[in-house]
Write a protein of this length. Structure first.
Length: 411
C-alpha cells in the first residue's frame, strides 16, 4: 500500500516493513546494479557473488574458513551479459509487480529465496557429478549466474494467483494464460541451453529446478492466512498440471516420488491434508486462489473455489461496495481504483458489454423471425379457441408449424 512520502508498507500478519520503493522496483534495481558491476569488474563479482561449486563447499580464502554459502542466493540476481540484463530485468519487474498486488513482502521473499537456494543446490550436485565423470576439475571452479530461475519462480507464483487470466503480451487468439507461462519459460530456457551455443544460456538448469522448488514451496510450505493453512493441496495445483497432457504421466510420477521422499524426512509437516468428512473433502479438493470479485475496504480477499468453477463467484456477484473506497493520502481515489474516473468508465463499459451479450441471447424465436405470432399468442388457438386464432395474422400457418413441433416431440 502506498503511503504518504512515497514509502511502501507491506504487512505480514502483525509485522510491518517499510520500503523506499515497491519490492518489484528494488528487485529490478538490484539486477541492473549488480550486472553493471559485473561488466566493470567481472572477476571480483564472479568470485564473490556467482555460484562457484568449489566456493560453496570449500572456502577460497585461507583466513575465512566459512564457505561462500550466500552465493546460492546472489547468483540469481545478476547477469553476465548486458543483453540478457536488458531482457530479464524488466521481465522480473513486471512479474513481481503483478504478484506483489496479492502477496506480502515476506511471502514473495520466501518464494524467491526457497526456489533460488533449491535450484543452486541442484546445480552444485550436477557439477559434482559431471566432474566425477569427466575428471575435468576446471568445471568445479566455473561460475554460474543468471536470472532465468528467478523469472521462472515468479511465473509459478503468478500461475497460482492468476491461473485463468490471459497473458497480456500475446494475441488473445493464441489462448495463452498465466498457467501456461512457467512451462513455456522452462522449455525456452532448455532449448536455448541445450540447442544453442554454450554462451547463450549456460545457467539453463536454474529454470527447471526453480520450477520444481517454487511449486514445492507453494504446495507444502507457504502459509495462506485467508485459508488458514500451509500450502495449496488441491488437485488443481499438482505438479503434473504444469505440463502438457502427453507429459503429465511422467510428471505425476516425479511429483509422487518427491512427495514420498519428502515425507520420509518430515512426515507430519509435508503430509497432504486428509478430509474428515464430505464437506472437508469438497473444500480440500479446491484451489486457493485470489478472487478479484470480492474487494472489501481496499484489502484483497481469497476464496477456496476451484480454478475452473464459477459457482462461488456467481453466488457473490455483484459484491457489496465497501463503505469507503481506498484513497490516497490526499483524499483523492487511487488512480485506476474504485471511485476513480477510470474505474467508473471501465465499469460502465463492462456493464454495457454484459447487457449486449444478454440481449444477444434473447433473440426472437423461429416463428417471430418468420413474421408469425409467438407461442404465447398461439396457445389459445392450439387449445381449440378458433375464434381468437382466426383474428391473428398468419395463425393458420403458425398453427401448422407449432402443431408439427408438438407432434414430433410427442413421437
Amino acid at each position: 500500500m502506498e503511503l504518504p512520502g512515497g514509502t511502501t508498507n507491506l504487512a505480514s500478519n502483525d509485522t510491518s516493513v517499510s520500503l523506499p520503493a515497491p519490492p518489484s522496483s528494488l528487485l529490478g534495481a538490484v539486477i541492473v546494479v549488480l550486472s553493471l558491476c559485473h561488466a566493470v569488474m567481472p572477476t571480483i563479482v564472479d568470485e564473490g557473488l556467482a555460484l562457484v561449486p568449489h566456493h560453496s563447499v570449500f572456502s577460497p580464502v585461507a583466513t575465512l574458513p566459512i564457505p561462500f554459502i550466500w552465493n546460492v542466493l546472489t547468483a540469481h540476481v545478476f547477469e553476465a551479459s548486458f543483453l540478457r540484463m536488458l531482457l530479464f530485468a524488466p521481465g522480473a519487474v513486471l512479474l513481481a509487480q503483478k504478484l506483489e498486488r496479492l502477496w506480502t513482502l515476506r511471502s514473495l521473499g520466501f518464494l524467491l529465496a526457497f526456489a533460488s537456494v533449491g535450484a543452486s543446490i541442484v546445480v552444485i550436485f550436477i557439477e559434482i557429478i559431471e566432474v566425477n565423470q569427466t575428471s575435468q576439475e576446471r568445471d568445479f571452479f566455473r561460475p554460474v549466474r543468471g536470472c532465468c530461475g528467478l523469472i521462472v519462480a515468479l511465473s509459478v507464483g503468478l500461475r497460482h494467483a492468476y491461473p485463468l487470466e490471459v497473458l497480456p503480451v500475446v494475441p488473445k487468439s493464441w489462448g495463452l494464460q498465466w498457467r501456461h507461462l512457467p512451462i513455456s519459460l522452462v522449455a525456452c530456457a532448455m532449448a536455448c541451453g541445450l540447442l544453442g551455443p554454450t554462451w547463450l544460456l549456460p545457467e539453463w538448469p536454474f529454470a527447471p529446478a526453480a520450477l520444481f522448488f517454487a511449486w514445492f514451496h507453494l504446495r507444502y510450505i507457504m502459509w495462506f492466512p485467508h485459508a488458514n493453512s500451509y500450502g495449496d493441496h488441491s488437485s488443481d495445483f499438482c505438479f503434473a498440471n504444469f505440463f502438457p497432457t502427453a507429459l503429465r504421466p511422467v510428471a505425476a510420477g516425479v511429483g509422487a516420488f518427491t512427495h514420498q521422499l519428502a515425507c520420509v524426512f518430515a512426515p507430519t509437516y509435508l503430509r497432504i491434508r486428509q478430509p474428515e468428512d464430505e464437506a472437508d473433502k469438497a473444500e480440500n479438493s479446491q484451489a486457493i486462489m485470489f478472487d478479484p470479485s470480492q474487494p472489501a475496504a481496499g484489502a484483497v480477499l481469497w476464496n477456496t473455489s476451484g480454478t475452473t468453477s464459477l459457482s462461488a463467484a456467481s453466488a457473490t456477484w455483484p459484491p457489496a461496495p465497501p463503505a469507503t473506497w481506498p484513497q490516497s493520502g490526499t483524499g483523492v481515489p487511487v488512480p485506476g481504483g474504485p471511485g476513480s474516473k477510470e474505474y467508473d468508465e471501465r465499469r460502465a463499459k463492462a456493464l454495457k458489454l454484459l447487457d449486449e451479450n444478454i440481449s444477444s441471447l434473447l433473440q426472437p424465436s423461429l416463428p417471430a423471425a418468420r413474421g408469425l405470432p409467438s407461442s404465447a399468442e398461439l396457445a389459445p388457438a392450439i387449445l381449440g379457441e378458433r375464434s381468437d386464432a382466426a383474428e391473428l395474422p398468419g395463425a393458420a400457418e403458425a398453427s401448422i408449424v407449432h402443431s408439427g413441433d408438438i407432434d414430433q416431440s410427442e413421437v
